[in-house]
Write a protein that binds this ligand. Sequence first.
Ligand SMILES: C[S@@+](CC[C@H](N)C(=O)[O-])C[C@H]1O[C@@H](n2cnc3c(N)ncnc32)[C@H](O)[C@@H]1O
Length: 202
Amino acid sequence: MDSSAEQRRFWDNHALSWDPSAAVETDDTTPLLDFLAALAGDGPALELGIGTGRIAVPLYRRGVSVAGIDVSPGMIKVLHDTVSAEEIPATVGSMASADAPGRDYRLVYVIANAISCLVYQDEQIACFQNAARHLRPGGHLVISLWVPQLRELPLGQTLVAGTVTDTKWIIDSYDIVAQRVVSHHFTVDGDRVIGSRGSQHR
Ligand SMILES: C[S@@+](CC[C@H](N)C(=O)[O-])C[C@H]1O[C@@H](n2cnc3c(N)ncnc32)[C@H](O)[C@@H]1O
């Protein structure tokens, strides 16, 4: 089973509203960057689901050699509006199967829930195998993943408001039996609310 075409549709669309200036180190990202940099040394490091480089760019700016894989050409375009493809090379393809240049990575990392974009279990297993293929012996695999907020679900309801600010709403809908979450993103622009097809997670 392969969910990458559906993910590509969502993330290509999502990339249009992404702010490339967000690819800088902030107080929020410093602890994660410290952690990844300590494991990576001078690299190389490989980010699966690199997106627009929110973490990869500041990691690179700290002196770590970084490459990436992402299913969305739109997200990679935003990345390469910020840094060149020579600085951070990125391969378009599924993190479950795509090849990045080299097989000697000290660190492979999959963060910010990217692993849950693989909605079939065999894809998730293939992703771990793909990570192992790219790592050098003794290298590290780091995964960060949110904890589904099942206890926030009122009895019989399926919706949880993730983020609700003046400019952004994220509403998650849960299918507990199928162990799926669809994350619906809305941007508030003055009196208009712009929605996009929900991103699938498992
Ligand atoms: C929540 S974003 C995280 C982006 C980045 N890791 C960050 O921390 O900002 C998830 C990323 O995973 C990518 N993605 C989704 N499914 C994928 C797949 N099957 N293979 C590779 N990348 C995928 C999306 O295009 C998106 O860039």
